[in-house]
Design a protein. Structure first.
Length: 582
């Protein structure tokens, strides 16, 4: 009832404002034109304005204290439109010029009243004690500037690289260059930089951060264009800049329709479903509405955590707690008519694999062979092997075992099963990766340990890498090794320094600990340039390596039984050059 009365009061107030302002502007217009007051004319115009205000603008529901330039422009357009409607009622040269003059006097009066009210309310109620700079004077930047009104943030200026825009201003706020910003800041720091260019590539975001982060206490960013919610306040979507924003490669040719067609309504088996890659593959399969997803993992906790997260009414999720080496895995293929197998199960941590060579050979090589053989035996339509850039000219056991898996996938007699492998580099934030390790060191106040000042790696966000995996798999006809374009390699020391900068911890430094066993300075995605293009720039196909399948099966059996597995690995993968020493 109280809110209803308040709404009634607002309606009455709106009527009074229109009547009083119209009376005021008409009085002045009659005075200026030296004509006698015409009450009928005034009443007709007030009626037209009330209709425009209530039916079109719904002024009574708007908050004047949060009014923006857009509000004033809309109001002006509506009243001018209303004028065009009532003008024929008073046709005549004198009447038209009279009404036009009154109309613009009225628009000036009501906009002045709204501006004054908004200014007085906001000035008195909120202390503007935080200085913010918006990078990007496009539509996103303008929307943020209007949303910052009525908040503690005062927009000092816009920064934009467009030379033409630098000669203009928005709501009296100047648009300046990065060079002029440096002069404005001087030796101090402003509170907040907002990067408001959601369509910008990661490379540009990185460049802006590198140039400007020393001038601000805090930097926030809008999500990328494909993740921003236009129906939601942009200010509510701002987030602190993360290392993922600065270093991740964002592919521009993700084809979600192709992925949806590949996954939708299918029965999908994901091995290693509880791992970083496997769990994200499962999430993507849920998003694209697979018919049924079999979650296979030997970790009870991983399966439990994933199921707790992914409760879904649309997709049937079936947890299967098994190892890929378990003989009872065949029962899964017998009981379920599986369309797609995505094989993500593997031991991937390089130093741990170096200390557990025989276990890694069994899990990675025999486990993959077991899954491929069962997929062929039971007529699975598509088998997708998750591979790694470490399989190229491998220097460690992990990469070499994955290369053997690639060889088997390419050369096995696949019958009606299309078997493809997808090779990519590191993903940001995966379990065992360097970023979580660095973050823990920062939280503990420890220096960050980097193995070598020149070590580089490729990086991509886990969701985008997994989407590209599914996209590549949808292309495969069997026997291909697809390679994901990971962008430019990143120096780990630069990554470490950015994490230190983002944390604001000036007491933390970088220490070099030396290369670990099996580790090389840089990773490769191809042995040479012999790759074929696909219809997507982000995905290419490696040249096939032939290997007699009977000999390969015999070599794998000898490898598993061997007491000197490193020698046998070298025999199967001649380019394997084991790096043993730190």
């Amino acid at each position: 009832m109280e809110s209803f009365l308040m709404r009634i009061d607002k309606r009455i107030l709106n009527i009074l404002v229109i009547i009083v302002l119209s009376g005021f502007t008409f009085t002045w217009t009659f005075f200026i034109f030296h004509v006698e007051f015409d009450l009928n004319l005034v009443l007709w115009v007030i009626l037209a304005r009330l209709i425009a205000s209530y039916v079109i603008l719904r002024d009574y529901s708007l908050s004047w204290s949060k009014a923006t330039s857009k509000s004033f422009l809309l109001k002006s357009i509506v009243y001018i439109s209303a004028f065009i409607v009532y003008m024929p009622l008073f046709y005549g040269e004198f009447r038209i010029s009279f009404l036009v003059s009154e109309l613009f006097l009225y628009l000036f009066a009501i906009n002045f009243l709204m501006y004054s009210y908004a200014y007085m309310i906001n000035r008195n109620s909120i202390k503007k004690d935080k200085k913010v700079v918006i990078f990007g004077a496009g539509s996103a930047g303008l929307k943020l500037e209007s949303e910052f009104k009525g908040t503690p943030y005062k927009v000092e200026c816009f920064v934009d690289d467009d030379v033409v825009l630098q000669k203009r201003s928005i709501d009296g706020i100047k648009i300046i260059s990065k060079e002029k910003l440096k002069q404005l800041v001087g030796n101090g720091k402003l509170d907040l930089l907002v990067i408001a260019i959601p369509s910008a590539p990661q490379k540009r975001i990185n460049e802006i951060y590198d140039r400007l982060h020393n001038y601000f206490h805090e930097i926030q960013i809008l999500p990328s264009i494909d993740k921003i919610l236009h129906e939601k306040s942009f200010a509510d979507q701002l987030k602190d800049v993360s290392v993922e924003d600065l270093l991740a490669r964002h592919p521009q040719d993700l084809d979600k329709s192709a992925i949806a067609e590949f996954i939708n309504k299918k029965t999908v088996l994901v091995t290693g479903a509880g791992g970083s890659i496997g769990s994200e593959i499962v999430r993507q399969c849920v998003e694209f509405e697979a018919g049924k997803i079999l979650l296979l993992d030997h970790s009870e906790f991983n399966l439990y955590s994933l199921l707790e997260e992914l409760e879904s009414d649309r997709v049937k999720l079936l947890p299967i707690m098994l190892s890929v080496l378990d003989a009872s895995l065949e029962k899964v293929f017998i009981e379920h008519d599986i369309d797609i197998v995505i094989h993500a199960a593997a031991y991937k941590h390089v130093p741990l694999v170096e200390d557990n060579i025989k276990a890694a050979i069994k899990n990675n090589v025999l486990g993959t062979k077991n899954c491929i053989d069962l997929a062929i035996k039971y007529g699975v339509k598509k088998f997708v092997l998750i591979s790694t850039d470490k399989a190229v000219r491998p220097t460690n056991v992990m990469g070499t075992t994955k290369r053997i898996c690639e060889l088997y996938a390419q050369n096995v007699k696949s019958e009606n099963t299309e078997i493809v492998a997808v090779r990519f580099g590191n993903v940001l934030g995966s379990s065992g990766s360097v970023i979580p390790k660095f973050k823990k060191q920062i939280e503990a106040g420890k220096n960050l340990t980097v193995t070598h000042p020149d070590i580089t790696r490729y990086f991509m966000l886990i969701p985008e890498a997994c989407e590209l995996v599914l996209q590549a798999a949808s292309l495969g006809k069997g026997g291909e090794i697809f390679i994901l374009d990971m962008g430019e390699p990143v120096k780990i020391v630069d990554l470490a320094q950015k994490l230190i900068d983002l944390s604001g911890r000036r007491d933390i430094n970088i220490e070099f600990s030396g290369l670990r066993p099996g580790e090389k300075l840089y990773e490769e995605l191809l042995i040479d340039d012999s790759a074929e293009n696909t219809r997507y720039e982000s995905i290419t196909v490696a040249k096939k390596t032939d290997y007699d399948i009977s000999k390969l099966e015999e070599d794998i059996a000898k490898l598993v039984a061997s007491d000197v597995p490193l020698d046998k690995l070298k025999e199967i993968v001649p380019e394997f050059e084991h790096k043993k020493n730190v």
